[in-house]
Design a protein. Structure first.
Length: 343
């Protein structure tokens, strides 16, 4: 008989909130580990997935357990797993076609996880994988920031912004960020050199000649980034639209590439007039990069920022709060207490 677990799932797109149901536990493949999840984080992608917003990029089957990243304890390992053993405390971001971390257990490829930083609790560790990897891939892999270069990080007080500011400072950048006045002290404490209150000032009236913009907002705000970018600079967006460059990297079918080219034609014009490049980033799981972040965390160079921790049973409230767009750092779901319950 299949073993059972509790999981938060949707049965159709645009369901108001995921509901907690009893489902079969995931089965592991040869390269997988089974992790008993202690904590998971809410990311805006969970809300977008729930509402069918990623249908163009990803196909999911219902019922669908939501949730992208986690921290927990390994309880089983597949036949080919060499790097982890039962009892290891780990964290990670699962592949997009294997989501489901709002659950008691997740099966995950050994290549997509890393050891939990020793100086973090499970709740703190769960705050890192998705936003940490996204920020690392934007600032390190695409921008390749060099000391002294200038970067604008939009929404410095959010899940992404709070880790991205710290990473950019570690890379030696001069960091400007946008947020509202109430979050000024927070982003300054993370290292921001210049803070723009987006409710009273336009960032393009204050900043000019920037090497990079890390756009987390998309739409008009993304287009406005080209007003401050210098020739040869890069605008990297995680909330804009995918373009032809992204289509090539992802090897998508020609008709999708055509559609991407069409929807980003304004951005392509802006690239030409400013001589800057636009990148759309869809982050990828990586245990190796997560291990780099673990080291930086253990060396106390960066740390997660947590807005609040809620019990798993309050997943609807957690979704509602994320939907408000006001989170300061990460929203965490606590699945179970490892000191009380352990296999
Ligand atoms: N493509 C990818 O791979 C990828 C990966 C991760 C995230 N993302 C996307 O990136 C976006 C940001 O994610 P997140 O986790 O950082 O979101 P989040 O934590 O929900 O962001 C909330 C923060 O945004 C700030 N904010 C809202 N509107 C703003 C504006 N116009 N200007 C400046 N700050 C503003 C808020 O500050 P105030 O309260 O002061 O307004 C709040 O602190 C989401 O759309 C997410 O889906 C994409």
């Amino acid at each position: 008989m299949n073993r059972k677990m509790n999981a938060a799932l949707i049965t159709h797109y645009k369901q108001e909130y995921p509901t907690i149901e009893t489902v079969d536990m995931p089965k592991i493949g040869a390269n997988d580990v089974l992790v008993k999840i202690v904590a998971a984080s809410i990311n805006p992608i969970d809300l977008k997935t729930k509402d069918g917003g990623l249908k163009m990029l990803l196909k999911y089957h219902m019922p669908l357990i939501l949730g992208s990243d986690f921290a927990g304890v390994v309880t089983e390992v597949g036949a080919k797993v060499t790097t982890f053993k039962k009892g290891d405390a780990v964290y990670g971001r699962v592949q997009k076609n294997r989501i489901g971390t709002f659950a008691e257990y997740i099966a995950v490829d050994q290549g997509d996880i890393a050891r939990k930083p020793q100086n973090l609790s499970f709740e703190e560790a769960a705050a890192v994988p998705l936003v940490g990897l996204t920020s690392y891939q934007a600032l390190h892999d695409i921008m390749q920031i060099q000391p002294g270069q200038r970067v604008l990080i939009q929404a410095g007080s959010g899940g992404i912004g709070t880790i991205a500011i710290q990473l950019a400072k570690q890379m030696g950048a001069y960091v400007a960020t946008t947020t509202s006045e109430k979050n000024r002290a927070l982003v300054e404490s993370l290292g921001a050199d210049e803070v723009i209150d987006y409710r009273t000032q336009q960032f393009y009236d204050v900043l000019e000649n920037y090497d990079y913009v890390f756009d987390t907002q998309g739409g008009k705000i993304l287009e406005q980034a080209f007003r401050i970018i210098k020739p040869g600079g890069k605008v990297v967006s995680i909330s804009g639209l995918p373009n032809a460059r992204f289509a090539d990297e992802y090897n998508v079918p020609f008709w999708k590439k055509f559609a991407f080219r069409l929807v980003t034609r304004n951005i392509t014009k802006l690239e030409k007039t400013t001589q800057a490049d636009y990148y759309f980033l869809f982050m990828k799981p990586s245990g190796q990069q997560l291990a780099i972040l673990s080291r930086m965390i253990e060396e106390e160079k960066i740390h997660p920022v947590i807005d609040r921790v809620l019990p798993f049973t309050q997943i609807a409230q957690a979704f509602e709060y994320s939907h408000s767009g006001r989170a300061k750092g990460k929203i965490i779901l606590k699945m179970f207490d490892p000191s009380v319950e352990h296999e």
